[in-house]
Design a protein. Structure first.
Length: 318
């Protein structure tokens, strides 16, 4: 298990040399500014994870790579009560015909981003672990139970029904993620809210001509437009061409590089911020949830096409 710290507000440059920039304790990585005392060698990975995530790190989020049954049990225990999760997948040619290497999960307001190493854990990443047979990553991703219904008084006369799924899964362009999860690991995503569709809904609502937007925006462009103040997120996303210059197969090389861990973690850290920053008109959430569910269903079909120009086209009759 590897852990690194990711600053959410301040600039953080990657270390020039792993041996000089941070200290290794077992198979953890800690940034030296936290002055941690090395844990006893006999500590389990789960105990190490507990030690690290319990630390109060101001304006920071830690990223922990989950690559043992013990660390997976800790991860699931931490996420068990989450009402909303930011989720993302990484893989070499991420789709049914390719691979699924990592699944990143981040609960709103948490201090830890969990990066589940599917390459190492295999199908064990989705099976129950620990003392609760009902607790598994598969159950979390497939949970669509409704836990909160809130009535909002709007303009003293309008009432809107808001439904929150538990846990609501925030994705950015869920399509290939859903395709890979379903065909490679029999996971049927539920309760998905796709931030890419939320951003599309905002652009359409702001169009004075009333015309439907024809193209979708990628995460890099959305970050530039809606989170320009998050320099770290924009810089990390822009570094993709350098990180993966030799191909996306580097996602399956172990140990994972610090750059890849950081890249993967940033993809989920920004989703809650984007959801809050992208202010869409009343009633839009229902459309986003409906179209998100349709995206998942389409991705689970045998004739789904994972790549091509059609992926950049906005939904018809949106």
């Amino acid at each position: 298990m590897k852990a690194i710290s990711i600053s959410s507000n301040s600039s953080l440059s990657l270390p020039p040399s792993e041996s000089q920039a941070y200290s290794r304790y077992a198979d953890h990585i800690f940034w030296p500014q936290f002055q941690l005392t090395p844990p006893p060698p006999a500590m389990s990975n789960a105990t190490l994870a507990e030690l690290f995530t319990s630390l109060s790190i101001t304006r920071s989020v830690s990223a922990i790579v989950v690559d043992t049954p013990e660390s997976l049990a800790t991860c699931l225990a931490k996420l068990g009560n989450a009402k909303e999760l930011a989720v993302d997948c990484e893989g070499d040619n991420l789709c049914a015909e390719g691979g699924l290497s990592l699944i990143q999960l981040y609960a709103e307001g948490a201090e830890t981003i969990w990066i589940v190493d599917v390459t190492v854990l295999g199908r064990g990443a989705f099976r129950p672990v620990g003392d609760n047979p009902e607790r598994s990553l598969k159950r979390i991703l497939e949970d669509s139970s409704v836990t909160k219904v809130r009535l909002c008084n709007l303009a003293l006369s309008e009432v809107e029904l808001l439904i929150t799924f538990r846990p609501a899964q925030l994705f950015f362009d869920v399509r290939n993620d859903a395709n890979a999860l379903y065909f490679l690991h029999s996971i049927s995503l539920r309760g998905v809210y796709d931030i890419q569709l939320q951003e599309l809904a905002l652009r359409q609502s702001e169009n004075p001509t009333g015309r439907t937007a024809k193209l979708l925006h990628g995460l890099k462009k959305v970050l530039e437009q809606h989170l320009p103040d998050d320099r770290e997120a924009n810089r990390t996303k822009a570094s993709a061409s350098t990180i993966f210059k030799d191909g996306w197969h580097v996602l399956d090389k172990r140990p994972l590089s610090t750059q890849i861990i950081k890249y993967a973690a940033e993809d989920v850290r920004v989703l809650f911020k984007l959801k809050d920053r992208i202010r869409t008109p009343v009633g839009t959430d229902t459309r986003v949830v409906r179209e998100s569910a349709k995206r998942v269903q389409d991705a689970m079909r045998a004739n789904y096409v994972a790549h091509g120009k059609q992926k950049a086209e906005a939904p018809k009759r949106w």
